[in-house]
Design a protein around this ligand. Structure first.
Ligand code: NDP
Length: 493
């Protein structure tokens, strides 16, 4: 397992700013004194430290990338595919260690975290495969005799990927795969809450021999993200995170008209019709609401159940939620780990308290758990949540499920389409006709039918309305990092 660029490396000689062999930007002198603790959310204790850059230092890193990166002198496609495959192999080889590091930083259960590393490897392989196809050049039927028309996909340039704290491994691998397959340079900024997993990936990229411009990490807080969005050296921003940050990013990027891709939050309705396989729906709804403590963008936090089966389903759901085992994320018995931070746990507590004060009914949980220093909150189920409380409309991003009954399809459709969010919707039913109607009507980037949560690497992923702009994954993900150039040619036919 490679080491991350943490405090143990601070005493090395750094005569000037440079990209270290581990692909982390190192300023000279001034930078060496600033270290940000990385907390283990399961204990609340720091376990390592990560260098904090100043904006000027991050800027210097961008200049260095630009010196090395020439979009018209890329390694050939076969070589780029080989490098992505080698990266995939290394990520897979280190999946357990990467997973443990991710779990330590984010509070994910170990198996889940390891799964995200494996998913990252699979995505790297998928884009290596696309490099071997004619995706990049398309010849169209020309509109006059003697003419030829082509569409070529050229790299957009230097892409800055700003990541949230929750899935650094899969998202880091996915963005690397897409941008490198597209021929872009990539600079990455992880969340200050979980930087080591991204640094570990960057070390693997260096070990594989990816070009020095392909996976570079700048460390620090939101102000470093701001440097990336504002810098004229950056051509595209691929941002994943909260809606208000996404809007600030889009505004800053607009000043230099950068390409912007935004993958933002949501409040996914999980609708169970009376004709569904109710036992299976219950199992999956528990995972959708409480998996990773509800801290996934597509968490099924609004559980809608058809009136005829609501009383029984709601009671069983609340009982199962109460039984979930809370504990340290690296323990094999744990079902509910810690939340990412004390601040986030307290924010969730305030949302729940406000809903209860407004008249909501508490069916399970509703408080922080005794924690030995970790940031735990009990799996919480509420019903009768008043529409004017924030919990009814805001993304909670915690282990809280809002239960509601519905009496017909129209109510489900308006819960989805009238929401300001449009990331995902989930429908459980045995009626194929109903599924057809839902597919024709629901306006979300993802629609899950009798399942929940998949992020397939070969199909576009993104959101409607406030949940985002643009699409990643599949061919769309590659195109997100390219400019289309049309050629109209005469004289060769
Ligand atoms: P944030 O929006 O708080 O942060 C996201 C990233 O933006 C972090 O790296 C953060 O840095 C950085 N940042 C903060 N301020 C700025 C700024 N002014 N300019 C540029 N960058 C900035 O999100 P969270 O990390 O809390 O992640 C949770 C959110 O991410 C949820 O809303 C979730 O739904 C969403 N998400 C969406 C996904 C999707 O595919 N649609 C997938 C996963 C998560 P720092 O943390 O260091 O301050």
């Amino acid at each position: 397992m490679p080491e991350t660029e943490t405090r143990h490396a601070r005493d090395r000689q750094q005569p000037s700013g440079r990209w270290s062999s581990r692909r982390q930007w190192h300023p000279d002198g001034a930078g060496a004194g600033r270290w940000r603790p990385q907390l283990d959310p399961g204990t609340g204790q720091p376990f390592t430290e990560v260098l904090d850059l100043t904006p000027a230092e991050a800027d210097a890193g961008l200049e260095e990338i630009r010196k090395n990166y020439h979009p018209d002198r890329l390694p050939p496609a076969a070589e780029r595919a080989g490098l992505l495959l080698a990266m995939a192999a290394l990520v897979e080889e280190h999946a357990d260690d990467l997973g443990e590091l991710d779990a330590l930083c984010t509070g994910k259960l170990r198996a889940h975290a390891t799964g995200t590393a494996q998913a990252g490897a699979a995505i790297l392989r998928y884009y290596a495969g696309l490099l071997d196809t004619d995706t990049y050049t398309e010849e169209l039927k020309a509109d006059q005799p003697g003419a030829r028309q082509f569409v070529d996909r050229l790299p957009v340039g230097l892409a800055a990927c700003i990541l949230p704290w929750n899935f650094p491994l899969s998202q880091g691998c996915a963005r690397l795969a897409m941008l490198f397959a597209a021929g872009c340079a990539g600079v990455f900024k992880g969340s200050e809450l979980a930087q080591p997993p991204l640094l570990a990936l960057a070390e693997l990229a260096a070990e594989v021999g990816l070009p020095p411009w392909a996976f570079c990490v700048v460390t620090g807080g939101g102000e470093i993200g701001q440097v990336l969005t504002e810098s004229p050296l950056v051509d595209a921003i691929c941002f994943t995170g909260g809606i208000s940050t996404g809007i600030a990013v889009a505004q800053a990027a607009a000043r230099s008209l950068k390409r912007v891709i935004l993958e933002l939050g949501g409040k996914t309705p999980f609708a169970v019709f009376a004709d569904a396989d109710l036992d299976a729906a219950l199992d999956v709804a528990l995972g959708a609401g409480f998996g990773f403590q509800g801290q996934a963008c597509n968490a099924g936090s609004l559980l809608l159940v058809e009136q005829a089966v609501y009383p029984d389903f709601a009671a069983r759901f609340a009982a199962r939620a109460s039984d979930l085992r809370i504990g340290y994320q690296l323990s094999a018995q744990t079902e509910i780990g810690p939340m990412i931070s004390a601040a986030q746990r307290d924010r969730v507590g305030s949302l729940v308290d406000a809903a209860l004060a407004g008249g909501a009914r508490l069916r399970a949980g509703g408080s922080a758990a005794a924690d030995g220093g970790g940031f735990f909150y009990r799996p919480t189920v509420l019903s009768d949540v008043p529409a004017d409380t924030p919990l009814a409309s805001e993304e909670v991003f915690g282990p809280v499920v809002n239960l509601r009954s519905f009496s017909n399809e129209t109510e489900v459709i308006s819960s989805v389409n009238d929401s300001p969010y449009g990331l995902a919707a989930t429908v459980w039913t045995s009626s194929a006709e109903r599924v057809d109607r839902m597919r024709a009507t629901l306006r979300t980037g993802q629609l899950y039918v009798n399942t929940h949560g998949q992020v397939p690497r070969n199909t576009p992923w993104g959101g409607f309305r406030l949940s985002g702009v643009g699409r990643l994954y599949g061919r769309d993900g590659l195109f997100a990092f390219t400019e289309a150039r049309q050629t109209y040619e005469l004289g060769f036919r």
